[in-house]
Design a protein around this ligand. Sequence first.
Ligand SMILES: C=CC1=C(C)c2cc3[nH]c(cc4nc(cc5[nH]c(cc1n2)c(C)c5CCC(=O)O)C(CCC(=O)O)=C4C)c(C)c3C=C
Ligand code: FE2
Length: 444
Amino acid sequence: MSDRSDNMPRCPFSLDRRRFLQGLGATGTGIAMAGLSTSAWARSCPADAMPDTGPEVTSAPTSTATTDAYPFHGTHQQGIVTPRPANGMIVACDVLARDRDGLEQLLRTLTERIAFLTRGGTYPQGDPRYPPADSGILGPTIAPDGLTVTVSLGASLFDARFGLADVKPRHLQRMTGFPNDALDPSRCHGDMSLQICAHTHDTTVHALRDILKHTPGGLMVRWKQEGTVPVMPPSDTGPTPSARNYLGFRDGTANPDTADTALMDALVWTGHDSEEPAWTRGGSYQVVRLIRNFVERWDRAPLAEQEAIFGRRKDSGAPLAGGTEYDIPDYSDDPDGQVTPLDAHIRLANPRTPGFEKHRILRRPFNYSNAVEANGQLDMGLLFIVYQADLEAGFITVQKRLNGEPLEEYIKPVGGGYFFTLPGVIDENDFLGRGLLEAAASHA
Ligand SMILES: C=CC1=C(C)c2cc3[nH]c(cc4nc(cc5[nH]c(cc1n2)c(C)c5CCC(=O)O)C(CCC(=O)O)=C4C)c(C)c3C=C
Ligand SMILES: [Fe+2]
């Protein structure tokens, strides 16, 4: 029994509370049903049950995690033009908050947790009568480890619940299937996506568990996909270093150069279009696609066919016309596709014709390897993540061009969603989504 006698809602992590939630069934739904706001819950937590968000890391981390840290505050969120680390995951969530105040509380909590997790720090031991402040999977000192957590919103968040319809990003829509898709509804859409990336896998898992622990009644995970990319040697000179995908080809080669800020303003960051709501400036459209690779079939396909399908050499990643990986393909002297087939993946995705520049997208994919299918086939593929300033001009245009490509014999999109990545958090007084909520309030 608890020794508390006041009428305040108890700390969400107390034993009593946990039993209460178990009795209700699903954690988040239970809280929502019980009519408790996350803010009331947060207020009821004793200070020593909450992590210390103050000091920078001073002691050496206990794991192999690194002390690389990306600054949290800025015009844009991290995790978009940030170099792709070895581990990434997308967690699509439904928002359980019941009104705009609850949504604001959720966004403020996310801001506070992500600011802490990406900076790192040490947790207090706390009162043993309460659950520990942290899962403990990284030890007592949390190293930043190159962690980025990128928060994006799905079209469903702009339904009637929060009164945000009037300020929805212009192109944000529910993802619909393309001809080769076999979308599994349980792996599609979501009110919010969290892209969590770091050098080590444990850091991403720790961040997710921390965020979920601090947002009871605010978020419920809908689906999740983890992925990895091989770490590339420093000798790699590409603008966004490529890494081999599970079809054995170098992936990322022809990405737009993330160091070119004018190019990023044109291709990746939203808000340069006067028809978008002003609050979207500094955000980006995020597309997530879970694309299964039929690796058993692929591994039996001739090398020449594989290279013709992509339009690149498998060993070096160079265009079929020759040169080295980062040489820009030129199709002008190959109008009939004698060297690079007209339906090669890279030629369809970017024909390099005048005016096509505006359709370029920033790809940030990870390879995934899940369990085994019932028929014994490996469930492997690409956690395809792309960012663009304009969803229609970017992914949707490029995917329509790719519809029917020869690669489709070896791939099957099975899930994903469209999201809008919120602009960055400027300083300590700002929080994720502040501009959106202020715009909605002034529209009312
Ligand atoms: C709708 C956009 C795209 C989807 C979906 C997509 C799936 C997909 N791609 C690969 C592997 C490679 N893609 C490569 C290049 C490339 N792909 C897209 C777009 C989509 N890919 C673009 C825009 C480009 C760049 C084209 C260019 O500008 O030349 C390459 C070549 C190397 C590289 O540039 O990264 C590979 C390899 C897989 C396996 C896949 C789905 C499973
Ligand atoms: Fe591709």
